[in-house]
Structures are given as C-alpha cells and as structure tokens.
Write a protein that binds this ligand. Structure first.
Ligand code: MG
Length: 96
C-alpha cells in the first residue's frame, strides 16, 4: 500500500511539472523539512485541521522522493520498526 502511494505521489508530481527539470535529492529533503515546519506552526497555532494536512504533505513529499528513486519504503519501514521493537527501554537511557 505504501509503495503504491509512493508511485502515485510521484506520478502526480510528474503530471504537475515538478520533474520538468532535474531536482536534487537535497532540494527534496529541504522541501520535506519545510512541510515539517509548516506542521509545527499549525500545531503552535492550535490549528488541528491544518496540522494534519501538513503531516500529510510531509508524507506525500517523502512518498514522491521514494517513488522517484524506486525506493521500497514499505520494506524499509517494516524493517526499521522491527529493529526499533528489539531496542532496549528508552534505547539504553537516552533522553527524549
Ligand atoms: Mg504544506
């Protein structure tokens, strides 16, 4: 399901002209950052509806990035979640 969303997010981005010129991965990462910042601002304003929308934007930009590089995000998430499940309590005493 997640990989399908990655493919769709990338197809939509292509159809809207966002890939007419080459885009560096660093630029895509910066744009993911910008959506995270928008989510932070929405939360600070107490705007729950916008907060959720900005979180969706974060995911959509990550999905597009993965879709553009044929990254198996679904497998990566499941692998990392399993790794996290096996970690010690508070990962051995880290602060939040
Ligand atoms: Mg946004």
């Amino acid at each position: 399901m997640i990989n399908k969303l990655c493919k769709e997010a990338h197809e939509i981005a292509i159809s809207k002209g966002w890939y007419d010129e080459p885009i560096e991965t660093g630029t895509k990462i910066a744009l993911i950052h910008s959506e995270v910042s928008e989510a932070l601002e929405a939360d600070r304003k107490g705007d729950k509806e916008n907060f959720v929308e900005e979180l969706a934007d974060v995911c959509i930009r990550v999905f597009d990035l993965c879709g553009s590089q044929d990254i198996d995000l679904e497998k990566a998430i499941l692998t990392k979640m399993e790794k996290n499940r096996g970690r010690s309590y508070k990962h051995g005493g880290k602060a939040y």
